[in-house]
Design a protein around this ligand. Sequence first.
Ligand code: GLN
Length: 536
Amino acid sequence: MSNSTKYVFVTGGVTSSLGKGIISASLAKLLQARGYSTTIQKLDPYINIDPGTLNPYEHGECFVTDDGAETDLDLGHYERFLNVPTSQANNVTTGRIYQSVIEKERRGEFLGKTVQVIPHITDEIKHRIQLLGKGGQYDIVITEIGGTVGDIESLPYVEAVRQMMWEYENDCIVVHLTLVPYLAAAGELKTKPTQHSVKQLLELGVQPDILCCRTEHELDLTLRKKIAKFCNVSMNAVIESRDADSIYDVPLLMQTEELDKVVLEKLGLPSKTTPDLTQWKSFLDRLKNPTKEVTIGLVGKYVELKDSYKSISESFIHAGVANEARVHVKWIHSERLTTQNITEELSGLDGILVAPGFGSRGISGKIEAVRFAREQNIPFLGICLGMQVAVIEFARHVLGYSDAHTTEIAEDSAYPVISMMAEQKSISNMGGTMRLGAYKCQLKPGSMAFHAYNTDTIVERHRHRYEFNNDYLAQFEQAGMKATGKNPETGLVEMVEIPDHNWFVGAQFHPEYKSTVANPHPLFVAFINASLQFKK
Ligand code: GLN
């Protein structure tokens, strides 16, 4: 390899949901804390070009980067742990790989040749892996291979890893994550699934360097020896990965197991430095010793699958820590909220958040939730659709436009207070065509948002097709709902507030995508603070 970037591949065996994303992010955190500039990439083996067109029930939240990529939720973990933004290059799917290869074929770049999985698809995968390393910006690139080793879909990825291990043997290692299950009836931890999954990797030509073993119980010396012996890895490369109270504990658990040290040794990089985790430890300390508590209702239509709101729930953790408070989230299904049960369902909450979303399911429950928060003076944060619903609720119950709606749901509403953005009207393709990524927003001095951010210009990430209809702005402002954040170039309303309310803020953008351990998001911090005040 021409430059000195090192590559760590993280694969998974035995079962999905072992937490490859968190292990990758934790390893990256430890390497970063030792002074190595590190980034993480996720390769997803599905055919969708990106997860933007996936229902959250399929794959959890869709995370959005500054450059407008719709990505896997693991990228959110990477950003929250490392406090470094990711980009389009950090998430690649099989669909995208094939798309590039097929486009090249049409351009005639393989003229005369048969285009095949090997070498063309694997070359494209290797190219995407090295794209992050080639800029020279990173010492270490960690590439997480989605799916489980042995799946038909992940075969080309494992083959690309095999080739890279062969071509750049001094610069690449493989960390394989497996499960060591506990059989209660036998009273024993079992290593056989791990042995089998390593065997499967070996059949594909890949010898893992390090094994991260997910387990509910301690991996004692005998077990470690056994795993090392059957899987051809050194004893110190058998890493125990126990279930943790919080994902933010994992970097420290991995440090105790010396995962970072073993990785550096195997990559031939100096490991004399000690990781500086002062800030991280102080975060954990405050996380575990809150002095107050607060309960927030999260109203959404995907609450059965909490991964659908991953960035929001993590933002609550960060903002709680910033306020020395434990944030309890009450998950409230918007579809079940009615005028009859709203008081019963929402009473006792210190704050209400109405979540982003698409389509009509659960919309009336969201409107009820906003109305309750507005009338009862309960701190309220509406995000994206949550902000749009706040506008609709205000139009219906304060301006008296009972038919007010968003044209996303009622195209022929007499009062389309939320309508499709002009630029969206000519778009027919659904994938990657929303208003996506980072845009500037100018805040009104003196507003709640201005107080939260303590500045008048912010940059936040978007993912929507509809917006506040400026034809109604004067009426809203006169009646007490103000536009407090606007795009300086287009005049699009990005934030609304009710100044007469305890704390009532709607944001067309997604603040949750930018909250990290090192930088809890100001809007969430202010929302939790307002909720704590309200509780008093
Ligand atoms: N469905 C709304 C829109 O497209 C809101 C999107 C969202 O909440 N992310 O404008």
